[in-house]
Write a protein that binds this ligand. Structure first.
Ligand code: COA
Ligand code: MG
Length: 293
């Protein structure tokens, strides 16, 4: 079963202090970055520090992910070779623009797994859609390889790529944000929303996270420890939501047994779409380790 990824915390791969700190924050996933969060002259240091952390740091329950540089960049080869030996749980691929790029990494992983006698397919992939070309090809990317677990939406790079200006409302990236979530969810993948880059406005972080949840996203990137709790809580159903979902499903089961597919509950019509929504809430609660009975 795919792991739960409500909050995923980024940290620069060349910063052992942040990596150690991130390892102890009870976040669903940490992403040690080798790409844009690392200066060009620090790439070798980042590869070494990330690989050392994979070997030596106790990440507790957190999934250990590495963000590589783009597959077709000159940094990719060394990023991959120097970290795969330390067996991360998965790789985050930035600026993905084609199925070929995902499959290339998947093939290299299969070879590495065979070389080490590791379980084939165990190291997963998450693809960031954050360029115009990535949005154009999001369908082939979503369908590219069974190793792919999630599509991630990246708003800042996309805006840069298409010449858009970021606004608080985010309409300039809304089409792409929707495309990512629709393709991911239709292809059985998780959908992870762009980070919120304002480090002091927690009110709007909460709003943006709720909006992502309502669109169908299953998680959101975080860039600072203080963002984790808001994000993970938002993607975790509350006891009241769980109770309401349970009640709706029980009422529906009773009505079905009585031969009726549509009925009224608390002044609202209930039929199959609402039942499915309630089932989704229970599935999310279960994935978060909550009791739904
Ligand atoms: N992961 C782990 N620890 C982090 C962290 C992160 N992303 N961001 C901050 N911290 C730690 C700091 O090291 C500091 O630890 P300390 O109190 O033990 O010294 C503490 O949390 C408070 O940090 P703060 O002083 O508020 O932030 P900062 O000025 O040190 O760092 C950023 C600000 C933006 C540089 C930092 O949050 C960061 O590196 N974020 C991730 C950036 C990234 O990876 N971007 C690429 C993907 S978009
Ligand atoms: Mg980026």
């Amino acid at each position: 079963m795919t792991r739960i990824r409500r909050g995923l915390l980024f940290m620069p791969g060349d910063d052992p202090h942040k990596i150690e700190k991130g390892a102890a924050l009870d976040v669903d996933a940490v992403i040690m970055d080798l790409e844009d969060g690392v200066a060009l002259n620090r790439k070798p240091a980042a590869r070494a520090a990330a690989a050392a952390a994979l070997r030596d740091v106790d990440f507790e329950r957190s999934e250990r992910l590495i963000r590589l540089n783009p597959v077709d960049s000159p940094f990719f080869e060394d990023d991959f070779l120097e970290t795969v030996e330390a067996h991360p749980d998965g790789y985050v691929l930035p600026k993905v623009e084609s199925a070929r790029q995902v499959r290339e990494v998947a093939a290299r992983l299969l070879a590495a797994e065979a070389r080490h006698g590791w379980q084939p397919g165990a190291i997963c992939l998450l693809a960031i859609i954050e360029t115009g070309r990535g949005v154009l090809n999001v369908r082939e990317i979503a369908e590219s390889d069974p190793r792919l677990d999630a599509l991630i939406f990246g708003a800042e790079d996309l805006a840069g790529d298409i010449g858009a200006t970021r606004t608080p409302e985010g309409w300039e990236v809304y089409y792409a944000r929707s495309a990512v979530v629709i393709h991911a969810k239709t292809c059985g993948l998780q959908a992870i929303d762009t980070p919120f880059v304002n480090l002091t406005d927690f009110e709007r972080l909460a709003q943006e996270t709720r909006a992502a949840l309502s669109m169908g996203f299953t998680g959101k990137l975080a860039i600072h420890p203080k963002q984790i709790d808001i994000i993970q809580r938002t993607f975790t159903p509350t006891p009241v939501e769980i109770q309401l979902a349970r009640r709706l499903i029980d009422a529906h089961d009773a009505q079905q047994a009585g031969g009726s597919g549509v009925f009224e509950l608390d002044g609202k019509m209930v039929d199959m779409p609402m039942v499915r929504a309630a089932q989704t809430i229970l599935a999310r609660a279960q994935a978060a380790g909550l009791n739904v009975e």
